[in-house]
Design a protein around this ligand. Structure first.
Ligand SMILES: Cc1cc2nc3c(=O)[nH]c(=O)nc-3n(C[C@H](O)[C@H](O)[C@H](O)COP(=O)(O)O)c2cc1C
Ligand code: SF4
Length: 423
């Protein structure tokens, strides 16, 4: 399979614009701006079938087409480079190794929605990535890829690299928008949706790094070519699968969308560490419900995982071997969600802390009769009752562990200790 996002990445030092130009970089942006109308660009991206790689899988071309064409005044593109979901580290690879591909994708997307100022919202902790992006944006400006009259057209564009302060909720698109405006990143009530009321109340598109970096190849080789990769018609193109946990070769692998989970774990990541037994897999970042070993023949895409009760999310696979305590694992994640809740909604603010307290006592041998039912009730009361999907994420994680490993939770209560604890 031809790589799209990682092509030439090894050994070409693509952070330097001259190396990127030498492999045909910025030719897609030139092609879009000089030979296509914004509507034609949107149509091509729609036909490619590319779906957002940030988690929800919304078709990118359709999202761009929601920006009102007759709106008088500025509109914005925001690249979501917050990447804070536990287990997820794929966008960082693009940012650090192929930043001009992202900038080129942003030029094309900005042109399609007629944005003259676009933002890269990057997670605070990504100091190295932010420096690389700052430098790449400066190089692009020096070479006339950003600024006035791009490629001899009337179109102008600039990109601002905006560093966040490190909060998971700022990756949620409306939290991100608030943060860019200089406010605390509290998610907003929707509707209105960002395509109509976004940054500074202007129409705004928020797209993931991987989504935007996929665009130059669609323009260069055409939507048909892109749509032939993966599992058409609804899961097209390549996907970055990040794999971590108890595998021999953790890392980020660019593979055709819909590659099976078994193949990712055993062919690419080398199988389970020390050849131990596989116990469970979180398939798409911490919020996606855990799978059992007998479920790993699933295609890793937006439609196959929901059929077995999970989700593709960010495509971040977390592998757990037989030595893993699932109560402890869910406690670590509940702790994360409780910490990261912005506190606006009672079910999320109170529920995640409650979840954490129950799990903490289960793990430390102080579990009570009824605790498991209580965990289920708390999770079900969060689900669907919050302003943004962070609450749902915490509840889905918890319900997934309870569904697949309930006996282990009960054993913690009856044995009055963690059966896997070495203490
Ligand atoms: C709590 C939370 C955190 C999120 N973090 C990210 C993130 O770090 N990066 C990202 O692209 N999307 C993240 N998302 C999804 C975004 O809200 C949004 O759907 C995405 O950026 C849209 O881009 P796409 O259409 O290209 O996928 C997060 C969502 C939630 C609820
Ligand atoms: S669900 Fe949680 S993180 Fe999202 S707005 Fe409500 S309190 Fe904040």
């Amino acid at each position: 399979m031809e790589q799209i996002l990682f092509k030439h990445v090894e050994g070409s030092r693509l952070t330097d614009i001259s190396n990127y130009l030498a492999i045909g970089g910025y030719e897609s942006a030139k092609k879009a701006l000089t030979s296509m109308t914004p509507d034609q660009v949107i149509e091509e991206v729609k036909k490619s079938g590319v779906r957002g790689r940030g988690g929800a899988g919304f078709p990118a071309g359709m999202k761009w087409s929601f920006v009102p064409k007759d709106f008088k005044g500025p509109r914005y593109l925001c690249c979501n480079a917050d990447e804070s979901e536990p287990g997820t580290f794929k966008d960082r690879e693009i940012i650090e190794k192929n930043p001009h591909l992202l900038i080129e994708g942003m030029i094309i997307a900005s042109y399609a929605i007629n944005s003259e100022l676009s933002y890269i919202y990057i997670r605070g902790e990504f100091a190295k990535g932010a420096a690389i992006l700052e430098s790449a944006v400066a190089q692009a400006r020096q070479h006339g890829m950003l600024g006035e009259g791009l490629f001899g057209t009337n179109y102008r564009l600039d990109i601002i690299v905006h560093r966040g302060a490190g909060a998971y909720v700022c990756g949620e698109e409306t939290g991100l928008i608030e943060s860019i405006e200089g406010k605390r990143g509290n998610p907003r009530v929707r509707p209105p949706f960002p395509a109509v009321v976004g940054v500074f109340k202007k129409p705004t598109v928020v797209n993931n790094v991987e989504t935007l970096a996929s665009v130059p190849s669609i323009i260069k080789k055409g939507s048909q070519w892109y749509a032939s990769i993966g599992f058409p018609p609804k899961n097209t193109g390549t996907k970055l699968y990040g794999i971590s946990g108890h595998v021999k070769k953790p890392g980020v692998y660019e593979l055709p969308m819909s590659t099976s989970l078994r193949e990712i774990i055993y062919n690419y990541a080398g199988g389970i560490r020390d050849d131990k037994k596989l116990k469970g897999v979180i398939p798409g970042g911490s919020s996606t419900p855990v799978l059992l070993p007998e479920e790993i023949d699933v295609k890793m895409d937006f439609d196959s995982l929901p059929q077995i009760g999970s989700m593709l999310g960010s495509g971040a696979v977390i592998v757990m071997d037989e030595s893993t305590c699932m109560v402890k694992q869910s406690l670590i994640l509940a702790d994360f969600y409780a910490d990261e809740s912005c506190g606006q909604c009672t079910p999320c603010r109170e529920g995640t802390v409650w979840m954490k307290k129950i799990l903490d006592r289960l793990e430390h041998g102080e579990g009570r009769q009824g605790d498991i039912e209580l965990l289920e009730r708390v999770s079900n009361n969060i689900m669907g009752n919050t302003l943004c999907p962070l609450g749902d994420a915490a509840a889905m994680m918890m319900l997934g562990f309870l569904k697949k490993f309930k006996q282990e939770f009960h054993t913690h209560v009856s044995a009055k200790k963690c059966p896997l604890s070495k203490e």
